[in-house]
Design a protein around this ligand. Sequence first.
Ligand code: S3P
Length: 429
Amino acid sequence: MDITVFPAKSVSGVIRVPGDKSISHRYAMLAGIAEGTSRIANYSSGADCQSTLACIEALGIRVSRENGIVRIEGKGLDGLRQPEGELDAGNSGSTIRMLSGILAAQPFTTRISGDESLCRRPMQRIMKPLQQMGARIEARDLQFPPLMIEGARLEPIEYRLPVASAQVKTCVLFAGLFAGGRTAVYEPAQTRDHTELALEAFGVEVERGKGLAAVQGRARLVGRELTVPGDLSSAAFFVVAALALPHSRLVIEGVGLNPTRSALLDFLMSSGASIRVSNLAQTAGEIVADMVVTASAVRGGVIEKSLTAALIDEIPVLAVLGAVSEEGLTVRDASELRVKETDRIATVAENLRRMGIAVEVFEDGFQVPGRQKFQAAEVNSFGDHRIAMAFSVAALLAGGECKVHNAGAAAVSYPEFFDTLRSISNADK
Ligand code: S3P
């Protein structure tokens, strides 16, 4: 699907974004191995999170919807059954990596795969700890999906993550729920702690320290009612649009502002962005609030070291903001961007250049000078949801109408993205 995006004078209105993708995956998987029924409100409408639901259904768990609430009838730690065919994680790295932790502990073998993009993404990062725990896993060329996971009685481990990855942390902790003893994960930089909070919400005690999360095996999870906060990574596209377009004022309600996830706000606010946060509340340990974003002159800055891990999903849209900021944006220590749904260093640079924006590319990042002007152009999502949305925002800033090829990729995390974009855009002419 190609979409034409027209330049906008400003954005304004009051909006909500879909339920957080990261939290939705975790709630669904844990609900499947909990005892009793869970009801999850504001579950992400994105295709990735539907892939997770389809996988747990194929594992014998009943999933239904009542008035927009996802109802999952958990069967406890030992309640999953062998799926009839291959599990399909679609485009979702979170689904394959996190669910593998659970599959590794089953008394059966599962084959799990996904789309072409997913089949190019590295899986050794989860294979290594799960193999250490006792599972047998085969992969295409030793590292890519499809994965064939032969479950086992798992041994607990202490695992030091070589790269800061919440997906890998989650995979190991999920496997640890089934192991006989204490499984501990040490991370080199703090990653999002949705897993730790979700486990606690389902009744599991989590030992937490600086850079450490640990669980005791054979934990009992209890089904419960939960509400997923709005997805800050989805809100980020509109935050950038509102900051960059003069006279904009946008209210985004019910957004998750977990401190391990909200580096975006700290980074932008310390760079001159006007973002006001109000109506703070908590749900299952997650912070939720409303945000008011007003057009601002943003300085730009440097994203490196642990900040890179904290902002990893927002970097494509921050690159767009960087080009119109005062001092530009430098991103370093971001090689992980090369193994996302696309090589996001390459796809960001390609689209920026198509729009007449200068950018210098490094192996581990890029540098976009500030005070540049977006030209009308044809850009491409290359099948990556965040690239589709980041460059639709860039198109709002352009000198004429732009075409976004493969724009349908946005549905991976945000099927309603273009409707919302249209509803808040005030025409240029
Ligand atoms: C996620 C963690 C991040 C992020 C992804 C979702 C999660 O990936 O990019 O969109 O839900 O844990 P990594 O763990 O690979 O850094």
